[in-house]
Every structure is written in structure tokens, then in C-alpha cells.
Design a protein around this ligand. Structure first.
Ligand code: NI
Length: 182
């Protein structure tokens, strides 16, 4: 088990597209196990490889609710389709999300209600995920990371300005910053 440092907003790896995984090697399997440990320790509901400094197209997710078994997994080289987002005012309580690479704050952002995700699992088998609601939000957030997009990039006003102030106050927005979950 290893907890990996999580890169913070401003580190270049977070802001550049990740590369496809060519071969699922032992190194990739070890990375995924460490990413699960890191995500759970953080704690978070998703973690993309660029967030631990690895510019590859894969992410892990884990979501538990109401005592049900956790919905968790890994998607390698994902593709994502979504139904169009709805127009209308954002609801801070039900539409706010956070990011381990921009820790300590949450902001509302409109996401699609339903997505279809395809890719590979750790054994190289095809996976297809049809999911709605909060779990669809997780898929969109993590998929964005693989394209160099942090949700902060998608915020509307006044939230984008608030986030910009937080980053300035914390000294983020420069290369090389990270934090390690306890
Ligand atoms: Ni994130």
C-alpha cells in the first residue's frame, strides 16, 4: 500500500492532455492500487492519474451511499458520451463538487445527468458504464482530468473569481505543489 502525493492546481501535468495507456503492465496495476489507496485516504470519490503526476488516461472511482456496497472501479483509455446539460440556475447544495487537486473548497457546476463511458478494466477487458446522477458527475469530472481540464476551468461567475482568489491566497497556480493524505 502506498499513498501518493496529489498534485495541486498549477502543476503542468494537471493542465495537459494525458496519453493513452498502450499496455497494461505490472507498473500500471501497481499505480492503480496506489491510486485506490490514495483516493480512499484523501478521502475522495475519484482520482485521475495526472493528479498523482502520471500523464496517462486512466482514473479510479469509488462511491458509497446509504450503506450499500461501494460502486468502485477503474477505467483505462475512457471515452465518454453524455446527454446535453440543462439550462438554468445552478443549485449550490445539489450541484457543488470538489477536487483533490484544488482542496478544501467546493463550487457548483452544471453537469449532464447521464453518461455512457467505455474503456478497459485492469485485465484489459472492455467496460461499458451507463450511469446517472452523482455517479455521472464523477465520470465527467474524472474524464475531464484526462483532457487537462480541472473543474475550476469550467466554473461560471461568481465562482470562477472566488476560486481564483483562493488559488492566489494559497499560493497555488505554480508547478511542483502537492499534498499527501494522512
Ligand atoms: Ni478532480
Amino acid at each position: 500500500m502506498a499513498i501518493l502525493p496529489i498534485r495541486i492546481w498549477g502543476d503542468p501535468v494537471l493542465h495537459e492532455p494525458a496519453q493513452p495507456v498502450e499496455t497494461i503492465t505490472d507498473d500500471i496495476r501497481a499505480l492503480v492500487h496506489d491510486m485506490f489507496d490514495t483516493m480512499i485516504a484523501a478521502p475522495g470519490v475519484g482520482l485521475a492519474a495526472p493528479q498523482v503526476g502520471v500523464p496517462l488516461q486512466l482514473y479510479v472511482y469509488s462511491y458509497a451511499r446509504d450503506g450499500a456496497p461501494a460502486w468502485r472501479g477503474v477505467v483505462i483509455n475512457p471515452e465518454l458520451w453524455m446527454i446535453p446539460t440543462e439550462i438554468g440556475e445552478l443549485h449550490a447544495e445539489t450541484e457543488s463538487e470538489g477536487c483533490l487537486s484544488f482542496p478544501g473548497v467546493k463550487y457548483p457546476i452544471r453537469r449532464s445527468h447521464r453518461v455512457h463511458v467505455t474503456g478497459l478494466d485492469l485485465d484489459g477487458n472492455n467496460v461499458a458504464i451507463d450511469i446517472a446522477g452523482w455517479r455521472a458527475r464523477i465520470m465527467q469530472h474524472e474524464f475531464d482530468h484526462l483532457n487537462g481540464i480541472v473543474y475550476i476551468n469550467r466554473l461560471t461567475e461568481p465562482y470562477h473569481s472566488e476560486a481564483t482568489r483562493v488559488a492566489a491566497r494559497e499560493g497555488w497556480g505554480v508547478p511542483g505543489l502537492s499534498w499527501i493524505p494522512d
